[in-house]
Design a protein. Structure first.
Length: 134
């Protein structure tokens, strides 16, 4: 029989439509993302290299400061001994005054070298600590 309005015997035409997918925009997007990732990799490597170079420079400055301090610390007693000898000689012979003043000047230069070395080492340590904290 005839089924009245139950929709079982309805006839519906099917229509199919195929759209061609363009692959180029997807390929271009993938290539762009690969290039972006490569750029980020290079930036990360550059940052790591800059970090390593900065730490290496700070360590070099620290070592240089240590060597300058040790040099001044070793030379100061020698200069002090010479000053004492020249002071003794100066008490009897006033002609040693230029030599005595020259040794005082050397002693002051060594004291300044020690102070600069300590300052430089503290700056280097602070820079290293700053890098470690970041």
């Amino acid at each position: 029989g005839i089924h009245a309005g139950d929709g079982k015997d309805m006839w519906m035409p099917r229509l199919g439509l195929r759209l061609p997918l363009l692959r180029e925009p997807y390929d271009a997007k993938e290539k762009e993302e690969r290039l972006l990732q490569t750029t980020l990799d290079y930036q990360a490597e550059e940052l790591a290299n800059a970090f390593a170079a900065s730490v290496e420079q700070a360590l070099t400055r620290l070592e240089d400061a240590r060597l300058r301090y040790e040099l001044a610390a070793k030379q100061k007693p020698v200069v002090e001994t010479a000053i004492r000898a020249l002071e003794t000689a100066f008490s009897t012979n006033r002609s040693t005054l230029p030599d005595l003043l020259a040794y005082y000047e050397k002693w002051v230069a060594l004291a300044v070298m020690e102070i600069q070395a300590v300052s430089s080492s503290q700056q280097s340590l602070a820079e290293i600590e700053r890098w470690i904290k970041e």
